[in-house]
Design a protein around this ligand. Sequence first.
Ligand code: UD1
Length: 434
Amino acid sequence: MEDVVVVHGPSRLSGTVTVPGAKNSVLKLMAAALLAQGETTITNVPDIQDVWIMSDLLRRLGCAVTYDVGSATVAIDVPAELRHQADYDLVRAMRASISVLGPLIARCHVAEVALPGGDAIGSRGLDMHRAGLERMGAIIVIEHGYLTARVPGGLYGALHSFDFPSVGATENLMMAATLAEGETVIENAAREPEITDIARMLLSMGAKIEGVGSSTLTITGVERLEPTVHRVVPDRIVAGTWAFAAAITGGSIEVLGAEPDHMGVVLDKLSQAGSRVSFREDGFAITAPDRPQPINVSTLPYPGFPTDLQPFVVALNAVATGSGMVTENVFEARWGFTSELARLGAVVRLDGHHALVTGIERLSGAPVEANDIRAGAALVIAAMVADGVTEVSGAAHIDRGYEGFVEQLQSLGGLIERRPADQEAAHEQGSLKN
Ligand code: UD1
């Protein structure tokens, strides 16, 4: 049985939060450390479950990993000889484990990586990772739940022209290419700020990459990379979560440690919802009207609206003063949580990859279940504008992406608590007796 988050609504959130380093960057930076023998240090590391999982994975590969939560620093000491098997028990818990594939092939010329699980938000294929590595000389077999890759003739540069700018495939191929022979070009590459962050770390390790931040990356392989020290870019999805938390609850939140330049379309949409956004030297502040205006949003690869913030748009429209259309273009099955939101009274009509959401004045508390990181966080924030008590089970999903989520919401004035599983069981027995 899992921890449950209990929210007593409604409440308006106000105060100041500080954004940590980006989950979707740090996990890949940790994988990229495998490319150089010696100690790489990563700072501004968020205290989230996935960092612990990635630390364990790197240890299994033979690294010594020291994670000092107090100083938000991870030091990864990479040996000359790496083990090359990433086991299912860790990979299943976190899809980002697949990002060790590129570095392992580049360093060891062999890799065995279990096929990932991760969030339940669509088919999330690996065909682009596979085809890309094959173009670079890898022979790949998928059997018994593992992807096994070998490069008998060594890894060489290739031209990749993506149908779709996949974040994970861009990262894996970029990392592999740093140690391949010759030039690799990735056309229609993803250009999320987290990819730029990884490219910057690779550059500081001695990699040769041109076009960083653009949709064409040109990587010229080098003989070896050196360890480095790198600070993780701020988490724009966490910053966006707090911005939506203000907009949904009619509150006012100052978001520090954020990089508003990475959030153009997000902050623009929040202005359309009636919120006032003002910029600070180290972030931004957002002040919302009592009830948001509805917004129409289509998710797209960066610099488009991020799919990871889509659940918050649905939650915002659920309490808006009219109807808004949300279109999901990145993960086809990211609507699972709308049926949970409907349990709080949200009016959502799904049609393929569109969701028409009609706002009502107030949601009403009910037991709901989180089944991925962002859906979990969005349900908790929606519960803040629901009358009565909402119990969100599956809280462990939220821990994968947010540090101290419940404590932060308490500090913003939310009436929220976390009940550990055993206490929850006792509570349920108690209620049955009553
Ligand atoms: C990353 C992020 C995730 C974010 C997503 C899109 C991490 C750990 N996760 O996921 O939070 O929502 O980017 O911004 O960084 N696809 C294929 N074949 C492939 C690769 C991808 O079909 O080989 C499809 C996927 O099924 C999905 C879409 O492409 O529908 C986007 O995937 P991708 O951009 O690769 O996202 P991830 O790297 O998995």
